[in-house]
Write a protein that binds this ligand. Sequence first.
Ligand code: GCU
Length: 410
Amino acid sequence: FLMALAVTHLAIGGDFPAPSKLPLKEDLPDPLVMLNGTKVSTKEQWLKERRPELKKLYEHYMFGVAPPAPKVNAKVDRVDPKALGGKATLKEVTLTFAGIEGPKIRVLLVVPNKRNGPAPVFVGINFAGNHAALDDPKIELNPNWIPGNYKGVKDNRATEASRGSQKDVWNIEDAIDRGYAVALFYAGDLDPDRKDAREGIQKHFGKEFDWSTIHVWAWSYSRVIDYLVTDPDIDASRIIAVGHSRMGKTTLLAVAFDERIAVAIPHQAGCGGTAPSRRRGDPGAESVKRINTSFPHWFNVRFKEFNEEPERLPFDQHCLIAMCAPRAVLLSNAEDDKWANPTGQFELLVAADPVYKLLGSKGVGSKKMPETGKLMASPLGYWIRAGKHSMNRDDWAVFLDFADRHVKGK
Ligand code: GCU
């Protein structure tokens, strides 16, 4: 049994060194140096060599390898042209995958009725099902396993009392009023967030794919985008991805790996997302060891080998940010949320800057962290507000300003 395990491990692994054989680096690795030490000095080298190498490194050491996209079939189940008091058209769309029986993604798409041409869209991955995002008795109650701490959830299933419970997290009407569409989907549609039971889509694919839960969630984003780019109401060149916390980690990965997304807003994403894996930044921030222990399913098996020595990682999370270049990325934080390491996050933004500059982007607006409550709206953007870990209406006001700047040129 042990031997079989070792062989699978190798087969999935590719031919990078074992974690214990990688050099210890206290400093953040230079994103513009290849694993073999070659310096990256042109845009072409970045796009053709370093970026693809980073993708492989992240798959190998952290998120696991995901399968290629199957054909996505979309079924529009319901259209309400008079949603939000007539301001918007609401669609519920089910996505299924050719040759795969069972797993589906339910998309809630709300599009402003007042607009000239296709709408830019925020795509968000949620914790509790689409029915929680609006008070609308017609939205399908998500039938899957849902964490028990959400309002109205009984025995890990949604009930009528769950409706609208996350309305203030998503603020759909504010986005509609500013001319944006919003598309939402539930993370647990393809992989419920459980460490005690593995009931995700992974079992439908071969063992060569060791994709972790966060990678499944990021892959789900891409499947939702497979649909959105075919919807004539949506402007495919102006897709903004947004997610909070574990879904913020997912958002950054999705944008790094899927170039169709124009803007990334990973909100309070922290460790394994927008915060350094190396020990730096705010004291008391979450560590690699801690996250791997509390949430073993979020990352692949190999990532646990860095628990004691994250300094052996051949990348840090600024490299994942850099993979988004030259697209806009907003790292968004709260002062009391030190667990997510707001100071370390700003350091990563500065460390990703040379890649943005190489690609001709303005990159980071300043090397100094902005004051609380002042948006730094440069392509590598930063925002920190007073208060704690949550996604709320004030955050959305900032997300909308950042989007206006980067997809509407305001
Ligand atoms: C935990 C976890 C964080 C995560 C957060 C969340 O606090 O340690 O890494 O971001 O949950 O998703 O809310």
